[in-house]
Design a protein around this ligand. Structure first.
Ligand SMILES: O=C(CO)[C@H](O)[C@H](O)COP(=O)(O)O
Ligand SMILES: [Fe+2]
Length: 215
């Protein structure tokens, strides 16, 4: 199933509850929450207490994207806060297999993300353990960047490999997705679409509805 996961990175942080209710009512199936630690990426955003507060305002899937070093230290906090999917970066984990197992033990869906320059080969031994792979279509750290075209080739290649291995898995794309390129991402084989600035610039509800017509 194709789903939209608006990234609240580009929402008004002073009105997060209202912003989430708006995109929930407009039909977005997921809510993408970007957690940045100022180490793995240059920015700092928010932590588990904010996720816990936001959980009260929506029953949609809380899709937590951890852009933090050694995320194993925090996955339990995010699971307890109400995250439905916790995605960690392969580049940030010293023991990726252990971290994925830890997330699953907590009863939460597990995702693994890779940066644009990270080859999909790093996923080879974990793709039958995770619920989702996140292919970054920009370098992580900021909203509002332009999609890097070669990243969609990685999506196509991963979908092909999954098909050969008979593995059903969600592929999420994140970064620079707009109404003008979302079809390319879907054709490449992505089925979870993150969009931040394209949703939260202007009328967020109308933007969600416009995306959903493509899904
Ligand atoms: O993970 C992210 C940045 O690291 C964000 O989810 C992503 O960039 C979404 O924002 P936009 O759609 O504006 O690119
Ligand atoms: Fe993200």
């Amino acid at each position: 199933m194709n789903c939209l996961s608006p990234s609240i990175l580009s929402a008004d942080y002073g009105k997060l509850a209202e912003e989430i209710e708006r995109i929930d009512e407009a039909g977005a199936q997921y809510i993408h929450i970007d957690v940045m630690d100022g180490m793995f990426v240059p920015n700092i955003t928010l932590g588990a207490p904010v996720v816990k507060s936001l959980r009260k305002y929506t029953d949609r899937i809380l899709d937590v994207h951890l852009m933090i070093e050694e995320p194993d230290r925090y996955v339990e906090d995010f699971a307890k806060a109400g995250a439905d999917i916790i995605t960690v970066h392969a580049e940030a984990c010293r023991h990726l297999d252990r971290t994925v197992a830890h997330i699953k033990e907590l009863g939460t869906m597990a995702g693994v993300a890779i940066n644009p320059a990270t080859p999909i080969e790093v996923l080879r031994h974990v793709i039958d353990q995770v619920d989702m792979v996140l292919i970054m279509t920009v370098n992580p750290g900021y909203g509002g960047q332009k999609l890097i075209p070669y990243t969609l080739e990685k999506v196509t290649e991963l979908r092909r490999i999954l098909g050969e291995r008979g593995i059903k898995l969600d592929i999420e794309v994140d970064g620079g997705i707009t109404l003008d390129n979302v079809d390319q991402a879907l054709i490449a084989g992505a089925n979870i679409i993150v969009a931040g600035s394209a949703v939260f610039s202007g009328d967020a509800a109308a933007n969600v509805e416009a995306f959903l017509t493509h899904m």
